[in-house]
Design a protein around this ligand. Structure first.
Ligand code: OX2
Length: 801
């Protein structure tokens, strides 16, 4: 049905009419979207079936990527591209007078994630399939993804998100693969044939129903699976109050927790975690069994990866299965389990470290708790033998201590590989955060610097740049992103640099249209687009960015001879609904934006925009239009960052601290193609050890700082005098935990360097080109190949297909 335009059009028209019951002329865009989505899914199904069969019959090792979040965004165009049919569809649509862009707009973003961690999981799925690697995702089918953000009077307001309102064309419900997950109840044991057997009595069961989505590889016939679990009432409930039971059951897959790098610690969250893990392991084992290989060899055929600690209960759950259901002894089950499971750590922030009070954990998961206790007992015994008498150390390393279960410790002990997500992050894990574990398990620790899929973040979102690149160096970079390096030859080609600048200009125009349509604010596409888009968090320091804008405002007002290249500061950020400080920063950005944009003198030079409801589909318009990429976290706090890579790949220049993957971007592009500033991670960690620095002195001695900080509380930017008191206090009274004032001066200096650099256009586009050329390393294809070779030990099947 996709072999010629004519054939496609005929099939499409028939499909629209059959599905909608209307004539094609009367059909709506939604009817057309539904028909196209169905056609594309069916088309992918042929390869989906053959990929699955091939995996099953070859006995090839497969990896399952367990993640509480998958931030997928839209799939229509992505699937068309990967299936290699976007041309036929686009041309046929044009012939039919339909706009593919308009049709795409009807697809809701699948926002089953918060930020970097969830988007990384989505990029990894694309790379796994595109490299022909046998790897699948396992997650939760949240009814409501990340909340929709509205800005009302400058404040964030959250609305529930409804991505399933009109159904989701990419998913297939697989009721016959449903499994039952037990919670609550208690454990009884009996002796059977000289063996202790455990029975989970009076458990409340929840049915987990899988919804599968095809994960289409780039033009290679591989179609892997993303399996998302939906929580439904069991057919055999033991509850007396059926309605209450139904409500409670469905709530397990109702909402995504809207926190990023913060642990909620609620019982429902633990329920979600076990629900995901137990359902996934049951289905992994079920498909393993179809291969008729003994479970003794499980780890030779299956790898299970846990994305942060949220799915760490995979460890006790796999043990439970092997021991209770398969009759393995502890030692053998332990060996199989640890050899199967690997773990990624995504943050060193202490507020994100998951710990569960025993009083919550034990009653909800009684058998799993017993197993965790046994893991802990054995681990502490080993430590006692290695460090006799060193109680303090053992207490610090124990999995259960102070009435809590420490999930990171469980992950470190029960897996064979622990990786950080950027070099500097992995070093911090080894040397500062987990040195005791590093001493005991030095070989487990390794680094896998994050990556992004260049197919979505360049090929799909920036087609004009993609064409320019392909014209210059052929389209080989799509399969081999490291080939982007060939662009280095064009550094001194002024014609090419000119074309590059034109592509950027067009992308900026497009973003301006979107912004103006939404906000009514006119923007200057020739100004520098300076962009910070990411979750709002104190450590990411959006505040530093705003304080600098306030300072620029003051300079323009104070000094009539002061002039800069016009700059448009763009922000996009969601704050966790309960994060008071983050919400205040959003209000501050909007307040400053209003003051700046309404001031005729100041707005000649600077404009400030806060983009509502930042999400994947909006991000795809933003990155291609950026000149400057703000990556200004307090050094040591941002494990990696992945937005930094998306900006770079689209030719923006990073303005950043030496933190996370910025360090590796710096190493690749060289000092002249990046703007760095501020304290180093070592400086920050040293100062923190000393109890911080004297923020008050910076307030007292730096006139620029005093002026902007006073403006926070003297009513200058807000009629409501104490609106920003909490921000003022965080900096001065609470001694500026994130070193904002300490880095202020250095940030102002580097911003003025950016201003200077932009004046030399030829040099600027050269920098931009170098950034694109060096970005191939940050493709998630490279990252995934490293996971495949060094952790999972899986091989590509594409040659077999
Ligand atoms: C994020 C990290 O904050 C970010 O630095 C990293 O790039 C991303 O994960 C992907 O590795 N929740 N979100 C993160 O960590 C946690 C926990």
């Amino acid at each position: 049905m996709f072999s010629s335009n004519e054939q496609f059009k005929q099939e499409f028209i028939d499909r629209v009419e059959r599905m909608s019951g209307k004539s094609f002329a009367d059909s709506s865009e939604r009817d057309q979207y539904q028909a196209l989505g169905n056609m594309v899914r069916e088309f992918a199904s042929q390869n989906w079936i053959s990929t699955n069969e091939q995996y099953r019959y070859s006995g090839t090792k497969q990896v399952y990527y367990l993640s509480i979040e998958f931030l997928l965004g839209r799939l229509l165009k992505h699937n068309l591209l990967n299936l290699g049919i976007e041309k036929i569809v686009e041309e046929s649509f044009t012939e039919l007078g339909i706009s593919l862009d308009a049709i795409e707009e009807l697809e809701a973003d699948a926002a089953l994630g918060n930020g970097g961690l969830g988007r990384l999981a989505a990029c990894f799925l694309d790379s796994l399939a595109s490299l022909g690697l046998p790897g699948h995702g396992c997650g939760i089918r949240y009814k409501h993804g990340l909340f929709e953000q509205k800005i009302v009077n400058g404040y964030q307001v959250e609305l529930p998100e409804h991505w399933l309102r009109n159904g989701h064309v990419w998913e297939v419900r697989k009721l016959d693969h449903a499994v039952e997950i037990p919670f609550w109840g208690h454990i009884e044991s009996t002796m059977e044939n000289g063996r202790l057997v455990f029975h989970h009595v009076n458990a409340e069961r929840i049915t987990a129903v899988p919804y599968d989505m095809p994960v289409v590889g780039y033009k290679n016939k591989t179609v892997n699976t993303l399996r998302l679990w939906n929580a439904e009432p069991s057919a055999y409930p033991i509850h007396k109050d059926i309605l209450k039971y139904k409500r409670e059951t469905e709530s397990v897959s109702e909402f995504l927790y809207p926190d990023d790098t913060h642990d909620e610690g609620k019982i429902l969250r633990l329920k979600q975690q076990y629900f995901l893990v137990s359902a996934s392991i049951r289905s992994i084992v079920r498909s393993y069994r179809k291969q008729h290989i003994s479970l003794q060899h499980f780890h030779e055929h299956v790898s299970i990866h846990i994305n942060d600690t949220h799915p760490v209960l995979a460890i006790p759950e796999l043990l439970r299965f092997l021991i209770d259901e398969e009759g393995y002894g502890w030692d053998e089950a332990w060996e199989i389990t640890t050899k199967t499971i690997s773990y990624t750590n995504h943050t060193t922030l202490s507020e994100a470290l998951e710990r569960w009070p025993i009083r919550i954990f034990q009653p909800l998961l009684p058998r799993i708790y017993l197993i965790v206790e046994e893991i802990n007992r054995r681990f502490c015994n080993e430590l006692w033998e290695r460090y006799p008498g060193d109680w303090k150390r053992i207490e610090n390393m124990a999995i259960i201590a102070n009435e809590e279960v420490k999930m990171a410790h469980l992950a470190l002990v029960g897996s064979h590989s622990v990786n950080g997500v950027a070099q500097i992050h992995t070093e911090i894990l080894k040397q500062r955060e987990m040195p005791l574990f590093y001493e005991v398990f030095p070989n487990k620790f390794n680094n896998k610097t994050n990556g992004i899929t260049h197919r979505r973040w360049l090929l799909k979102s920036n087609p004009q740049l993609a064409s320019l690149i392909s014209e210059a160096i052929s389209d080989e970079w799509i399969a081999k992103p490291e080939k982007l390096e060939l662009l280095m030859e064009y550094q001194d080609d002024s014609l090419f640099l000119e074309q590059l600048s034109k592509v950027k200009e067009r992308n900026k125009h497009k973003l301006v249209e979107t912004i103006t349509a939404k906000t009514g604010i006119a923007l200057d596409p020739t100004s520098i687009f300076d962009i910070q888009v990411k979750r709002l968090h104190a450590y990411k320091r959006q505040l530093l960015n705003v304080l600098h804008i306030m300072h620029l405002y003051n300079r323009i007002k104070e000094d009539s001879s002061f002039s800069i290249t016009p700059r448009t500061f763009i922000f996009g950020a969601k704050a966790s609904p309960g994060y008071y400080f983050a919400k205040k920063v959003i209000k501050l950005i909007n307040t400053v934006a209003k003051k700046v944009n309404e001031d005729s003198e100041v707005s000649k030079y600077i404009r400030v925009i806060f983009l509502e409801n930042y999400r994947v589909s909006l991000a795809e318009e933003i990155f291609p239009a950026a000149d400057v990429s703000e990556q200004i976290s307090t050094a040591s706090k941002e494990a990696s960052g992945t937005g930094n890579m998306k900006f770079m790949m689209n030719g923006a220049i990073t303005l950043g601290t030496m933190d996370g993957a910025n360090v590796e971007i710096f190493e690749r592009v060289g000092n002249e193609n990046i703007f760095t500033f501020g304290l180093s991670a070592d400086d920050v960690l040293r100062l923190q050890k000393q109890g911080g620095y004297r923020a008050m002195e910076y307030y007292q001695h730096d006139r620029r700082i005093r002026k902007v900080l006073d403006q926070l509380v003297n009513g200058f930017f807000s009629e409501e005098q104490n609106e920003f008191e909490a921000i003022f206090d965080s900096l001065v009274a609470h001694n500026d935990q994130y070193f904002v004032l300490r880095d202020f001066s250095s940030y102002v200096d580097v911003q003025s360097k950016v201003n200077e650099a932009y004046r030399n256009q030829n040099e600027w586009w050269k920098k931009s080109l170098v950034n694109i050329a060096k970005s191939g390393h940050f493709s998630s294809d490279r990252t995934i190949q490293q996971y495949a070779n060094e952790i999972w030990r899986i091989r590509s099947n594409s040659n077999v297909l």
